[in-house]
Design a protein around this ligand. Sequence first.
Ligand code: DSN
Length: 411
Amino acid sequence: MKNLKREDLKVYRIIKNEEKRQEEGLEMIASENYVSRAVLEALGNVFTNKYSEGYPGHRYYGGQEFADAVESLAIKRAKKLFGAEHVNVQPLSGAPANMIAYSAVLKPGDKVLGMDLSHGGHLTHGHPVTFSAKIYNFVRYKTGADGKINYRELEKMAIQEKPKLILAGFSAYTRQLDYRKFQTIAKKVGAITMIDIAHIAGLIAGKAIENPVPYFDIITTTTHKTLRGPRGGMIMCKKKFATAIDKAVFPGFQGGPHINTIAALAVALGEAQKNDFRKYARQILKNAKVLEQELKKYGFKIMFGGTDNHMLLLDVFGSKGVSGREAEIALDKIGISVNKNVIPDDKRKPLDPSGIRIGVSAITTRKMKEKEIRKIADWINRAIENYRDSRKLTKIREEVKTLCRLFPLYR
Ligand code: DSN
């Protein structure tokens, strides 16, 4: 970054500090990851200068030869990786992708059956604070007493509510979804099916879990979580929804696509086709399982009964009498980033909830395996149990730094 350093030392220093923070800490926010150097390089390029409204071969501005080439390549790779009939790589991120997908197939007032936020769903799946909840009529399903989605209840709700769209997917639910059941229920009530795979896209691409793409009409995702690409979004769908989705993206919601991001996405999708990525995706599942077992041993209550993916939702308040906010702060002090999170029907407030959510996809990118996970579980437990003891937290912080040095990121 020699030009940046010369031109703007202030910004340069802030970026260098963030680089150091990422190097010396453990990123365990379930929605984050570390992209490769190749993705970083592809992200910072001259395509940021280019306006490209429209789609390859059908643009509203000239000079599109290479923008067309790179967007077409990203689409081709995504189609192959996920077995999708149609792909749009222009959504700027996950929240707009969901909003765009709703608008493509729903009219104002139409009913959507989606997962409750506190049971693992996402804000954009119809939480009352969102704009989409002002336009569409969201009804929400929850997990049952065993912590899993109760498909019989879901079916009953679908029959009673007759939604136009049934939405699967989550941001904190940790169990494998039964794609066929969603498909069967939707068929019974004549609903369109949509799944938001933002969290698990990398696990699907790496063939570590089953691919939902054949079972759903519309699939939305971000590209920067387990998929390990640049920050962005993507919508896949069956051919019959292709025109509606493309029109909803542009001109419906967005203007010029960020072609530099799309170039970086093409690189990430190329990486995800490789054998190494498959190994990576399988290791994520192994690491998450070991973390689950270790944290259980330390007396943590794991929501949804455990994990089948890359993350865990812990009831830290119920297990240790420490709130999610206090736990997040304690873990920040030792250099482990997580996020406080509500647990199903949480009695506490979202800014100081009962839970924390922990993910292993980023540390697995750093090549950490079962042995390191055991150490990390011990640190998490010690930090939470001693959350008021700065001396103990400082000592653990040094241990975390030592481990990080053994697993360098961008050096
Ligand atoms: N912010 C992402 C997450 O943490 O799940 C998606 O909202």
